[in-house]
Design a protein around this ligand. Structure first.
Ligand code: NAP
Length: 262
């Protein structure tokens, strides 16, 4: 049985991604930063033929990431699908917002990928739940271009995002060319991360595909009640990327199951 991990799977889009993967026959590790919320989600998704496992995971916690990796190794011998869905969007823009947004949305996904990548089995799929707000129109053009540079590597990308947090702290983000959206920078980072990882994995004989998805504007706690899409609709493109057939795209950003600009 293939095994999937979905972060932030207790509600919203993550819960629907977990539901979709379980319905297609994957064993799903339902990860949530509150164990009780993970258990509640598992109870909601339960069906006789489904394998669902609750798991406590705050993606910013190194200890909880390590415990998840140990569990996957010992109980399942690895994993097949990793969906980075956990995300935050805060009001306002200051040093704390920049640090905390990047810690969850970008560095949480990055560190979890680093740890779990050796456990991903052949044919594995990694999905970043990103956003249309990753678009870089409010950025200095040279800085924007660095995020989609085909020569970008992981140390350079992480250095850029660390610099963003530092530039906001020192209130020099404007002159450095950054936009005033920590959320947008974190999601542009996720898109760039998908591209960088895809390039790194191109020579890996496990044929792992890594992509980022925009779910659209979705009625969740984050998206609010006025959003046009249901959580189930928002889960569609992430699910499509999680279940891509062999030879599918890698390193791209997709909306409505089609390549999108960012
Ligand atoms: P949501 O209902 O607010 O759900 C966010 C999920 O992320 C919750 O499960 C939350 O857990 C979890 N989370 C937050 N910080 C975490 C952390 N440090 N560790 C682990 N889990 C954490 O929002 P949503 O709309 O479903 O968002 C899911 C993803 O879609 C996010 O990445 C978001 O950026 C993206 N997205 C949403 C929209 C939209 O319109 N809704 C649009 C574009 C992209 P708790 O329950 O513990 O808080």
């Amino acid at each position: 049985m293939r095994v999937a991990v979905v972060t932030g799977a207790n509600r919203g889009i993550g819960l629907e991604i977990a539901r979709g993967l379980a319905a297609r026959g994957l064993a799903v590790v339902v990860a949530s930063r509150a164990l009780a919320a993970a258990e509640q989600a598992v109870a909601e998704l339960a069906a006789p033929d489904r394998v669902l496992e609750p798991c406590r995971l705050d993606v910013t916690s190194a200890a909880e990431r390590a415990a998840l990796a140990d569990g996957l190794r010992t109980r399942h011998g690895g994993l097949d699908v990793l969906v980075h869905n956990a995300g935050v969007s805060f009001h306002g823009f200051d040093a704390r917002v920049a640090r905390d947004t990047l810690a969850t949305n970008f560095f949480g996904a990055l560190e979890l990928t680093r740890l779990l990548l050796p456990l991903v089995r052949p044919g594995g799929r990694i999905v970043m739940v990103s956003s249309g707000l990753a678009e870089r129109s409010g950025w200095a053009p040279e800085l924007a271009a660095r995020f989609s540079d085909p020569a970008l590597d992981l140390p350079t990308l992480t250095g850029l995002l660390e610099r963003f947090v530092e530039d906001v702290r020192l209130r020099r983000h404007g002159e450095a060319g950054w936009p005033t959206s920590a959320y947008g920078v974190s999601k542009a980072g996720m898109n760039a991360l998908a591209a960088v990882l895809a390039r790194e994995l191109a020579s890996d004989d496990r044929h792992i595909l890594v992509n980022a998805a925009c779910p659209g504007w979705v009625r969740t706690r984050m998206g609010g009640p006025g959003a046009p899409r249901s959580a189930e609709e928002g889960a569609r493109t992430p699910l499509w990327l999680a279940l891509l057939p062999e030879g599918g795209p890698s390193g791209g950003f997709f909306r409505d199951e089609a390549p999108a600009d960012w």
